[in-house]
Design a protein around this ligand. Structure first.
Ligand code: URA
Length: 444
């Protein structure tokens, strides 16, 4: 088969055959196709989309592009969680130890930053010594021993996604419903968990800006999960401004530790309780969301979630002292503040602009082989709804040097909006399960 013909077919809006899709993924996996041809096909998919039939074959081919982790011989239900990507989204770092402390086994494969959004693997790698490149044996050993393990993509598990993900990151092909759905679900299927909770972000700091697009993505992924025998909830959550206050790898780890200590920002703490509750429900540790939430709150209050985080760090080679001494995390050489241009109320903070500013200070990658600076990022001191006076600090900027700090400062001031009324949206906008979409205006 000829790869150029596959590109041309998708460019000409034709549905790809099963043979063409499997040829595409096999060629990516065995390295027989150059990056520029893969990128051209990704752009054609981005522009012309895929049918549900094409998407399910693509996901299956990507999931089977490498080994599949077999967790069936570990007792109990194993649960996985994945976000579609957002700014300041450190939920996994806090929620995984919380639910594990409630007795649920968490087995998760995470990714690096993508486009303007951060990635859990990059965040964890800001912890001195922390290893995300686990062998399958280690992954299984940690899950068996402590009920929690998180690994990055090795060359053995979903390797096609690893390659495609890195290319999408730098070729303007991230915000595509079929590419995101296949990327997330191929990893979830390859990793062997029984239950999955997806967090599909919606708003300015997400790849899906509208509720309709986020719902379409959530629905497709719920469908793929269910068709593959998984118990799955696909939540749609608000990402109209960055989550919490910290954006950037080490800064987000610090904030996750605060959440686990019960002193984190309200919005991101609340989202951890929401997502964690669905995880406990999916893992049958609780039969209702209210009880699940109480279990999670107790795990924070009695310190068991923080203790679990410590075990998780120790298992994976990291320095657990960061929990009580976050100064051991990398810190930036230059710290300046972005200031309010006038008196007013913050009515919006454009998440994508903040995420893009994070690339300026090298908290994420612009080119595939860029080395990120784990210490860089921002602490948002003012959030939507806050009143500020002219000259008041809006955000702390942590950067490798004065030049990048000042470039980010301009981007950050531009991301803040001061006109109109702040829109108070709920965090959970709805969710899909086997019964379809649930939107409860009173509850969420
Ligand atoms: N997370 C993934 O793993 N893939 C995407 O495409 C987006 C978020």
């Amino acid at each position: 088969m000829n790869f150029i013909e596959v590109i041309e077919n998708k460019r000409n809006k034709k549905a790809l055959s099963e043979e063409e899709i499997r040829f595409f993924i096999n060629s990516v996996t065995d390295g027989s196709v150059p990056d520029y041809q893969i990128s051209a096909l990704l752009m054609a998919i981005y522009l012309n989309g895929m049918s549900d039939g094409e998407l399910s074959i693509l996901t299956d081919a990507m999931a089977k592009s490498g080994d599949r982790v077999d967790l069936s011989y570990i007792d109990g239900i194993k649960v996985d969680k994945h976000s579609s990507g957002g700014v300041g989204d450190k939920v996994t770092l806090a929620v995984a130890p919380m639910v594990s402390a409630c007795g649920l086994t968490v087995a998760k494969m995470s990714g690096r930053g993508l486009g303007f959004s951060g990635g859990t693997i990059d965040k964890l790698e800001s912890i001195p010594g922390f290893r995300t490149a686990l062998s399958e044996e280690e992954f299984v050993e940690f899950i068996k021993r402590d009920g929690i393990a998180l690994m990055g993509q090795t060359k053995n598990v979903a390797p096609a996604d690893k390659k495609i993900y890195a290319l999408r990151d730098v070729t303007g092909t991230v915000e595509s419903i079929p590419l995101i759905a296949a990327s997330i679900m191929s990893k979830k299927l390859a990793c062997g968990s029984d239950s999955i909770v997806l967090d599909v972000k919606c708003g300015s700091g997400a790849f899906m800006k509208s509720f309709e697009d986020a719902a379409a993505l959530a629905e497709k992924m719920e469908h793929i999960g269910r068709a593959n025998g998984r118990s799955i909830y696909a939540l749609i959550t608000n990402m109209d401004q960055p989550l919490g206050r910290a954006v950037g790898n080490a800064l987000e780890v610090k904030e996750a530790i605060d959440i686990l200590k019960g002193i984190g920002p309200n919005d991101v703490t609340e989202l951890c309780f929401i997502i964690g509750s669905f995880m406990l429900l999916a893992g049958k540790k609780s039969d209702n969301l209210d009880q699940a939430r109480q279990m999670l709150e107790s795990s924070v209050k009695n310190g068991s979630a923080l203790e679990k985080f410590k075990r998780f760090i120790e298992n994976q080679g990291g320095d657990p002292r960061i929990i009580h001494d976050p100064e051991l995390l990398p810190s930036a050489k230059t710290v300046i503040t972005a200031k309010a241009p006038s008196d007013g109320t913050v009515t919006s903070i454009d998440g994508e602009k903040i995420g893009t500013a994070a690339l300026t200070v090298r908290a994420g990658r612009i080119l595939k082989n860029d080395v990120i600076d784990h210490s860089s990022g921002f602490v948002l001191l003012a959030k939507t709804g806050d009143k500020v006076s002219k000259g008041q600090a809006l955000a702390e900027i942590h950067a490798p040097d004065k030049e990048t700090a000042e470039a980010a400062e301009r981007q950050i001031v531009d991301a803040y909006g001061f006109s109109g009324k702040p829109e108070a949206k709920k965090l959970l906008l709805g969710y899909f399960d086997r019964e379809g979409l649930h939107i409860d205006q009173n509850k969420y």
